[in-house]
Design a protein around this ligand. Structure first.
Ligand SMILES: Nc1ncnc2c1ncn2[C@@H]1O[C@H](COP(=O)(O)OP(=O)(O)OP(=O)(O)O)[C@@H](O)[C@H]1O
Ligand SMILES: [Mg+2]
Length: 158
């Protein structure tokens, strides 16, 4: 499926909608050149999952881990408004943003504990520049998304 976005906000909104279709354990791979909008889309995913923190690119940190604080709000409202069993908010407790741009090899990510998160049933991961990963992605629930420049906007291919 192809979607065209004309502005950064439209890309963020696309990410927000996409977030609603995700399940714990999903690993999203964002392909696209420098400045394509991978981080913009990541911001939308995080917002859609209920992450309140500001998302900044982990280009040097390699990996940022966010906890889903809206889980508490859901449970406070639980009596009045019980969450659907399949509601992503009941299952997704962590959101992990990985950027391999400055990565030497997969070993560097393993050293900082990436395996605790990749594919974990309560966690959604986004990977920018996933071309550098192979072993780590084996047997994971992968969703590939490509973002390309087109005129003044972007084409998102899911
Ligand atoms: N339709 C659009 N969608 C997303 N970003 C857009 C769009 N149009 C213009 N932009 C601009 O493109 C840039 C996208 O930056 P972003 O950091 O998201 O890219 P990236 O793919 O993560 O790059 P990098 O590989 O450097 O991490 C922003 O400056 C944003 O304002
Ligand atoms: Mg980026």
């Amino acid at each position: 499926m192809k979607t065209i976005t004309k502005t950064e906000k439209e890309t963020i909104d696309f990410g927000k909608k996409l977030a609603k279709t995700l399940k714990g354990g999903d690993v999203l791979l964002f392909y696209g050149e420098l400045g394509a909008g991978k981080t913009a889309m990541t911001k939308g995913i995080a917002e859609g999952l209920g992450i309140k923190n500001k998302i900044t690119s982990p280009t040097f940190a390699l990996m940022n881990v966010y906890k889903n604080t809206s889980i508490q709000m859901v449970s406070r409202e639980r009596k009045k408004n019980p969450p659907k069993t399949n509601s992503p908010l009941t299952k997704i407790k962590k959101f992990v943003h990985i950027d391999t741009y400055r990565l030497k090899d997969e070993g560097e990510l393993i050293e900082i504990g990436v395996e605790d998160y990749l594919g974990a049933p309560d966690t959604v991961c986004v990977v920018e520049w996933p071309e550098k990963l192979s072993e780590l992605l084996k047997n994971k629930k992968i969703k590939k998304i490509k973002i390309e420049h087109q005129d003044n906007g972007r084409v998102i291919i899911v």
